[in-house]
Ligand binder design. Structure first.
Ligand code: AMP
Ligand code: MG
Length: 694
């Protein structure tokens, strides 16, 4: 990648407005002026080609002017002849160049002032106004199509002024021309890249300005960061996505040029972040702090706090369609192509122009040939004629209506049917399902099988998704032994860990088993350290209260980023929430029932947010109760429940140690915070496990 420049450096220190280049995998290189940069490029590109490699070289200035300049200067709409025209006339050496004079000279060919403006010299230049407003020429458009799409780009006509590109472009086109001549390069997008040893490609670092800003190192000159981040991003692109980005179909681009990656910014930016291993911004230390004075939080307040404070922590990457099932979209997906792309037929039958039907029952001569899906009929069907057409075939020229084959009688070379077929019958319009450019899937979507069909049908290949969230699970307690191990009296088997690991997997995250730790601060600390290194978030169970053996809350408290949330919730004791070396820790109660309920109600929505899915409220619905219950005000309650015969029944005991009831249940009944009397038949809210996403 080359950050070209209109300026020249004659001082001692590297400056922003000279030239920076960067080869993938290498450090950025500084060039004081264009002459030395061109020499370096020739040598370096030559070495690569001699070594049998092909080179994609990006330059950050427009490769063409808005439609019309080539015709005015060289008499044809050929941007490469224009390159040559400039190469023949531009004089450049570190002490001076003639770019303003050339711009003035071009201007004088036009009636009025001409398109160029901006003069970086003290002396006036014949034909070149200093101000853009001083122009009165409207012979040429102000913008290329690419600049109309890329917000914030400068106009090619502006020759001077901070950030302008016109001068740099005029000094760069001759260099491109010489490189093309020297290496048999293909100039993108004017020429097919095929097997050209060198592809010259227009780039614009601002397309991925956020990634550049995130990737810029302390003290690094911005232009150096730009070429370094750009080159890393392009090198990291999936080859299919790269090919898609290089395949530009806009007809205007054939004269004006195009900006590489335009329209693919999310994928491009994701590639940069992936290549530089940039992580999303870290969670704030006080993200779990409770508002002052609050120590007994209603469930909804606690959930709102989590929703506000947490943000996605997973990095993004671009993957091919076959690898994204169940992944979370890190950017919206936009349809590359309409579905259907062309008007087509929904049935097997005979097509014709409706307006050409005769009065009465039509008998239409058939044209030779047929239209089938994927095989276009190239000719035109004349008015008053019909053509054999098969489901999915694009409507041939001259056809707007199709009659079903079951409704016709075939004669020798003709087709007859009853009058009254509606105009447009049995056809589908182009884009009636999806229009090109339309957003088809929102950021945060967890991709389903039908989503893959939608992306494929609208021409998508590379999808910008998040890496899966890794969630570590730790059990705490001196009394615990692993299932299958000998257990002494007073010992119990660790039931929470298999349950929580499975919950995480069902929710589409990656579970990381960190084993169990005794009630001992040193080993808990070591395990949390390891968990924070390997995972994005940590779930612990047990030891979360404020007792002597509650080491999770004690340790997180020492780390200074912990809050003990006492929730108005049954079952569920306090939740210990905190950051351990930057990783959010959800300290769940040890009781299996309480651990399950708090994992479902708080843990899963919070993990979804960390994974980039946004906040998803568990989805329940109203079902008549098969039970009676009297509930006091003050705490929200969750009952182990399942539906039988259209009614929701609850487990016979509410004891929070009863694991059998958890397994019996197929979801939870949620009872509101206030007092409540439930009689059999009253509607209550039932949330099946699937409503929690598990
Ligand atoms: P704690 O929150 O550590 O005070 O634990 C509360 C209750 O849950 C105690 O009876 C523990 O023995 C029990 N418990 C804690 N962790 C687990 C576990 N992983 N599996 C089963 N029971 C547990
Ligand atoms: Mg314990």
């Amino acid at each position: 990648m080359v950050d070209w420049s209109g300026g020249n450096d004659r001082g001692a220190k590297p400056k922003a407005d000279a030239i920076w280049t960067c080869v993938a995998g290498e450090a950025a290189v500084y060039h004081r002026n264009r002459n030395s940069a061109e020499d370096w490029l020739r040598t370096r590109i030559g070495e690569e080609i001699d070594a049998g490699r092909r080179v994609l070289a990006g330059f950050d200035f427009p490769f063409g002017y808005p439609n019309g300049l080539a015709r005015a200067l060289v008499g044809k709409d050929d941007p490469l002849t224009l390159w040559q025209w400039f190469a023949d006339r531009i004089e450049d050496d570190p002490k001076g160049n003639n770019r303003f004079d050339v711009a003035g000279r071009i201007n004088r060919l036009f009636d009025g002032t001409g398109p160029f403006w901006g003069n970086g010299l003290k002396r006036d230049v014949a034909g070149l106004p200093r101000k853009g407003r001083a122009r009165d020429c409207d012979a040429l458009p102000e913008w290329r199509l690419a600049e109309a799409r890329a917000r914030g780009a400068f106009s090619c006509w502006q020759m001077a002024g901070a950030g302008s590109v016109g001068g740099q472009m005029m000094m760069g086109l001759p260099v491109l021309w010489r490189l093309r001549e020297a290496f048999g390069a293909a100039a993108w997008p004017f020429e097919p890249l095929d097997d050209a040893p060198l592809a010259l490609v227009e780039v614009w670092p601002s397309l991925i300005r956020k990634a550049v800003a995130e990737g810029q190192r302390e003290g690094e000159i911005k232009d150096a960061a730009q070429v370094r981040v750009l080159v890393a991003a392009i090198a990291a692109l999936d080859p299919d996505v790269l090919a898609e980005m290089l395949a530009v179909e806009e007809p205007q681009a054939r004269e004006e040029g195009w900006i590489f990656g335009l329209g693919y910014e999310p994928a491009f930016e994701a590639a940069a972040r992936q290549a530089l291993a940039l992580k999303p911004p870290a969670l704030k230390d006080d993200c779990f702090a409770l508002p002052p004075g609050v120590d007994w939080a209603p469930v909804d307040d606690a959930l709102a706090l989590l929703e506000n404070r947490l943000s996605p922590v997973t990095a993004t990457e671009v993957l091919p369609l076959e690898a994204v099932l169940g992944r979370t979209l890190a950017a919206p997906v936009v349809a590359k192509r309409s579905n259907p792309p062309l008007p087509n037929t929904a049935v097997d039958g005979y097509g014709f122009a409706h307006s050409s039907l005769p009065e009465g029952d039509p008998v239409l001569p058939l044209v030779a040939g047929r239209a089938a899906a994927g095989i276009r009929f190239d000719g035109t069907v004349p008015p008053g004629h019909a053509i054999r057409i098969l489901t999915g075939a694009a409507l041939p020229e001259g056809v707007d209506t199709v009659v079903l084959q079951e409704d016709v009688q075939l004669g020798a070379g003709e087709v007859a049917f009853r009058a009254g077929v509606r105009a447009g019958a049995n056809t589908r319009c182009a884009g009636e399902d999806v229009e090109a450019g339309q957003e088809i899937l929102a950021e945060g979507r967890v991709l389903t099988a039908p989503d893959l069909a939608l992306i494929a049908a609208t021409g998508g290949a590379g999808v910008t998704v998040r890496k899966p969230l890794k969630v570590a699970v730790v059990s705490t307690g001196d009394e615990l032994v692993d299932p299958g191990q000998p257990a002494g009296p007073g010992q119990i088997f660790d039931a929470n860990r298999p349950m929580l690991l499975a919950l995480i997997e069902r929710a589409g995250h990656v579970p990381v088993d960190m084993g169990r730790v005794p009630d001992n601060r040193a080993s808990l600390r070591a395990t949390l350290d390891e968990a924070a290194r390997t995972a994005d978030a940590i779930l612990t169970s047990g030891g979360a209260s404020a007792g002597d053996e509650d080491h999770v809350s004690a340790l997180l408290g020492q780390a200074g980023a912990m809050a003990l949330w006492r929730m108005a919730l049954k079952p569920g004791r306090p939740l210990a929430l905190g950051l351990w070396n930057g990783a959010p820790v959800f300290g769940l109660p040890g009781n299996p029932v309480a651990a399950m309920v708090t994992a479902c109600v708080f843990g899963l929505p919070a993990l979804g947010l960390l994974a980039g899915r946004g906040w998803r409220k568990p989805q329940g619905f109203q079902v008549p109760a098969a039970f009676a219950k009297r509930k006091k005000p003050g705490r929200r309650e969750y009952l182990r429940a399942r539906i039988r015969d259209g009614r929701v029944e609850v487990f016979k005991s509410e004891g929070s140690g009863r694991v059998s009831g958890l397994s019996w249940a197929e979801g939870l009944v949620e009872l509101p915070d206030g007092a409540l009397v439930v009689e059999p038949g009253d509607p209550v809210t039932y949330i099946p496990w699937s409503g929690f996403g598990i």
